[in-house]
Design a binder for this molecule. Structure first.
Ligand SMILES: NC(=O)c1ccc[n+]([C@@H]2O[C@H](COP(=O)([O-])OP(=O)(O)OC[C@H]3O[C@@H](n4cnc5c(N)ncnc54)[C@H](OP(=O)(O)O)[C@@H]3O)[C@@H](O)[C@H]2O)c1
Length: 259
């Protein structure tokens, strides 16, 4: 009975990923704040895949105590794959930020992801077949105007996850570490980032992916030997590749230079 845990499973990419991994025979632990949406998703998944065990957990991962409590709650399950997908964006100039929203963004996009990653690594670094996926963004590799704070949070996710992948390789650990970097994907993301009502992707953008396409890319990444799965922001092709940030951790010289 092995499980895939997905944070941010009530909507968008996480929701589509639930169907994709159930289809591949995985049981599911689905996490988000909106319990009614999680329950509805569970019913849909079980109707399609009756042997799939679906456990739903309603929690707010922008609250540190709930992050630790989630990990304790699921620790007894055999979690083969952990996907830190929950996250949101914000479009505003830095001097005009809604700091209450930004505090939540930093807690969710950075703090919760770091705590959950660290706890999972502690328990699974040497477990054969285990996998951790963090969801970043193309905005985790390039700054987007008026989304600087969000991009900076995703730069953190990309650097932290690529660094972890190097660490796992260097130490001979069994855990495989992956990073998904979507570009525009049709979900609730734009509406929440913009706080300006419904967002019509087809009208506003020349290119974008659906959440189902993105979940298929996520599966491709999980089944590959590559660390990074990123959407090319020009062509919108999905590209599997090695880590992108320079890795200075292999030389004594570079270790000294960052001290
Ligand atoms: N869509 C894009 O264009 C795009 C592009 C690049 C990267 N991404 C990244 O992809 C990931 C998924 O986003 P999405 O596009 O699927 O957005 P979405 O449709 O808004 O889904 C976000 C998910 O995160 C959950 N969530 C939000 N705040 C939470 C909290 N405090 N605690 C627990 N769960 C929380 C939401 O559920 P509840 O509201 O029920 O909690 C929802 O299930 C994010 O990390 C995002 O940054 C998206």
């Amino acid at each position: 009975m092995s499980y895939t845990l997905i944070t941010g499973a009530s909507a968008g990419i996480g929701r589509a990923a639930a169907f994709a991994f159930a289809k591949r025979g995985s049981h599911l632990l689905l996490v988000a704040r909106r319990l009614a949406l999680l329950e509805a998703l569970k019913a849909e998944v079980v109707a399609l895949y009756p042997t799939c065990d679906v456990v739903v957990i309603a929690t707010d991962l922008s609250l540190r105590d709930q992050v630790y409590a989630l990990y304790e709650q699921v620790r007894s399950y055999d979690i083969k794959r952990w996907i830190n997908n929950a996250g949101f964006g914000d479009y505003a100039k830095i001097g005009e930020l809604n700091l209450e929203k930004i505090e939540q963004l930093l807690h969710l996009n950075i703090e919760a992801l770091t705590i959950l990653t660290s706890l999972y690594v502690k328990d699974h670094a040497h477990v054969e077949g285990s996998q951790l996926v963090n969801v970043s963004s193309v905005g985790g590799y390039a700054i987007v105007a008026d989304a600087v704070t969000y991009c900076a949070s995703k730069f953190y996710v990309s650097a932290f996850t690529e660094g972890l992948a190097h660490e796992m390789q260097r130490t001979g650990a069994k855990l495989s570490v992956k990073l998904l970097a979507p570009a525009a994907t049709e979900t609730e993301f734009a509406q929440i980032a913009r706080e300006a009502g419904e967002f019509d992707y087809a009208k506003a953008l020349p290119k974008y992916h659906t959440a189902t396409q993105m979940a298929d890319f996520l599966v491709q990444l999980c089944e590959s030997d590559n660390v990074v799965g990123i959407v090319d922001p020009q062509t919108y092709d999905f590209v599997l590749r090695d880590p992108i940030y320079p890795n200075a951790s292999n030389t004594a010289q570079s270790q000294l230079s960052v001290q």
